[in-house]
Design a protein around this ligand. Structure first.
Ligand code: 3PG
Length: 212
């Protein structure tokens, strides 16, 4: 699958930090049930790789990727562990659009975007989106960089996701708000499905034609 195909599956990619392996499968199922099948498990906890493998194997309909991938070795390890895509907060030196699995690199400036385009990438994570210019920056990038598409992440929430999703160069947004730590710890999967449903609907509204 190409990264662009993955990023157009759903308007929101949940960014997940999972501490307990036992939470991975019910969390994944709760999000998929709410209409968010593309899931990013950040490689920030000791059990992250194990969670990714379990989610990929046991959550029907999920497209599971690894986040916080910081180098080529991590990209390869994630691909070997079954990741269907990987996400990095920045550009990884020496890594290109070709590789063991699709990579969504992060950028925060026009110079980084140009380096990413030169490495063959067309899709980028704007990170941290709300700090590095938000929707205004993406509007400004649209004219000089018409070939670039974005998944803004970092400070995105139900309150501002719609503004990003309305932009033609935004394929989806990423964010942790759909899987709050306390809901995961409490096993409140119903709340997470409700948040996912609300997030999935944001995309429909953003895509809806303007009436009147
Ligand atoms: C991250 O790297 O943690 C993601 O960008 C998520 O950011 P958020 O918690 O602001 O959604």
């Amino acid at each position: 699958m190409k990264i662009e195909d993955i990023l157009t599956r759903a308007p929101v990619i949940p960014v997940l930090i999972i501490d307990e392996v036992a939470d991975a499968v019910p969390l994944g199922r709760a999000l998929v049930a709410g209409g968010l099948p593309v899931l990013e498990i950040t490689m920030r906890t000791p059990v992250a790789a194990q969670c990714m493998e379990k989610m990929a194997a046991e959550v029907e309909g999920a497209i599971v990727g690894a986040g916080t991938v910081l180098n080529g070795k991590m990209r390869k390890a994630a691909a070997d562990a079954g990741a269907q895509f990987v996400v990095s907060p920045g550009l990884i030196e020496g890594e290109t659009a070709e590789g063991p699995c699709p990579l969504l690199p992060g950028i925060a400036t026009a110079t980084e975007l140009m380096a990413g385009l030169a490495a063959g990438f067309r899709c980028f994570k704007l990170f941290p989106a709300n700090i590095v210019g938000g929707a205004g920056a993406l509007k400004a990038y649209a004219s000089p960089f018409p070939q670039a598409k974005f998944c803004p992440t970092g400070g995105v929430s139900a309150a501002n996701a719609g503004e990003y999703l309305a932009l033609p160069n935004v394929l989806c947004v990423g964010g942790s708000w759909v899987a709050p730590t306390e809901a995961v710890k409490a096993g409140d999967w119903g709340r997470i499905t409700a948040l996912a449903r609300e997030a999935a609907a944001l995309g429909q509204r953003a895509a809806a034609p303007v009436e009147g």
